[in-house]
Design a protein around this ligand. Structure first.
Ligand SMILES: [Zn+2]
Ligand SMILES: [Zn+2]
Length: 424
């Protein structure tokens, strides 16, 4: 019988990978703690209508990429393709903004999109995101960008750049949209078929099309910042001033857009070197209209999401391997395995990583296993040791057995001996 394989575009994270993930996640959680962001966990399944309403029925994500299926009662459910929609739903549903309008929330977990799989892009992928609800002030935008940058710095990534733009607001964007549409109509024949369609439905999306022909047209398109109202322009200047104060800087990218109406003002992306075309590792911006459009009380908000799969790829390329705790291996002469149990218990209670050979083969095979597992120390329990109340410690550092030092210690002084030895 053929064994069943993992679903295309999805993958297992094996111990060689999860140690990177766990190392990274600990540090990222630490960043969230330091900035006062509290974790929110929402289900991976939601009513399809949530995403149609928040992300937009017309978007590629909702129209083509969601895992959508009928529940047993016939209602339409979807696996979440991103994190913000559910956080906003929960924010509204749980009345979080009622007593205190200001909330700092973060989430971390798997998202699902039926895209063409490639390096760094999977159909189940992982995101970390933060959302700051309740402030329209530029200091909130600056904070969110600072948190995103802080996440990359906390895991030792330094080779990345920040790009910024403004999306304007309901006051100034319609005028810009007209200008842009008029310009794009003049160049319609150069655009790809997708963009010709977008021209009517969502002309701003033409600006970030990756097709070479469209890029050329987009380069010369009118800039939103030149058509922004005074409020939007001031907001953007303040955000840039804040980032300047923090030494973060950032480059203006006129072509970075979000196509949907509730996105407004600040948008940003963090781009990393070493990933080729898929170089955006985090992105976000302001979405002051979303909470209200989803049925909540009007609540300004700004947030970002980071793609953890790509970030792990960078870590593996650029950052020194996370250290493993030293492994202690208990080897006992056959027949004495019961004696290993209280010793293991004692070591683990003291915080050491300790295992024995649960196959309990010959003494020799136990030592071989200790070698394969990369044990730092082997603790030997033979008849002599058990009769004398001692343990023999074997230092596995040297590559060959003849060079490996070993010495005997009293059971009572074992923890201290190991602690002292490992610190050296
Ligand atoms: Zn405006
Ligand atoms: Zn195009």
């Amino acid at each position: 019988m053929d064994p069943i394989r993992v679903i295309r575009g999805m993958r297992d994270l094996l111990p060689e990978q999860t140690r990177w993930w766990r190392w990274m996640e600990q540090r990222l959680d630490g960043v969230m703690d330091r900035y006062g962001y509290a974790e929110i966990r929402t289900p991976v399944l939601e009513h399809t209508g949530l995403f149609a309403r928040s992300i937009g029925q017309e978007t590629d994500i909702v129209a083509k990429e969601m895992y959508t299926f009928a529940d047993r009662d016939g209602s339409s459910l979807s696996l979440r393709p991103e994190g913000t929609a559910a956080v906003v739903r929960s924010f509204i549903e749980n009345n979080l903004g009622k007593k205190e309008p200001l909330h700092r929330l973060f989430y971390r977990g798997p998202m699902f999109r039926h895209e063409r799989p490639q390096k760094g892009r999977y159909r189940q992928f992982y995101q970390l995101g933060a959302e700051l609800f309740g402030s329209a002030h530029p200091s909130a935008d600056v904070e969110i960008i600072e948190v995103a940058v802080g996440c990359l710095q906390a895991i030792g990534l330094t080779d990345f750049s920040l790009e910024l733009n403004t999306q304007g607001c309901p006051v100034c964007r319609p005028g810009y949209r007209e200008q842009l549409t008029a310009y794009l109509r003049e160049h319609e024949r150069q655009l790809c078929t997708d963009c010709r369609r977008r021209l009517a439905s969502n002309p701003l999306r033409v600006l970030d099309c990756k097709q070479a022909a469209c890029t050329a047209v987009a380069e010369a398109a009118p800039h939103l910042l030149d058509h922004a109202c005074d409020d939007c322009r001031q907001q953007f200047d303040q955000v840039r001033a804040g980032l300047e104060k923090l030494g973060i800087g950032g480059r203006l990218n006129h072509r970075m857009v979000r196509g949907l109406d509730y996105y407004n003002r600040t948008t940003f992306e963090l781009l990393a070197a070493g990933l080729g075309a898929q170089n955006a590792v985090a992105g976000g911006g302001r979405y002051d209209g979303l909470v209200e459009s989803m049925g909540g009380i009007p609540t300004p908000a700004v947030g970002f999401a980071a793609g953890l799969d790509r970030i792990v790829l960078l870590l593996e390329q650029q950052v020194a391997e996370p250290e493993r705790p030293p492994l202690l291996f208990i080897a006992a002469q056959p027949g004495y395995w019961l004696e290993t149990l209280p010793l293991l218990q004692q070591l683990r209670q003291a915080g050491f990583t300790a295992v024995n050979d649960v196959r309990q083969g010959s003494f020799k095979s136990q030592l071989k296993r200790a070698d394969r597992l990369g044990a730092r120390l082997v603790l030997l329990l033979g008849q002599d040791e058990i009769e004398q109340g001692t343990v023999t410690i074997k230092d596995m550092q040297a590559p060959s057995d003849s060079e490996r030092k070993q010495w005997q210690v009293e059971r009572g002084g074992l923890l201290q001996e190991i602690g002292g030895f490992l610190e050296r």
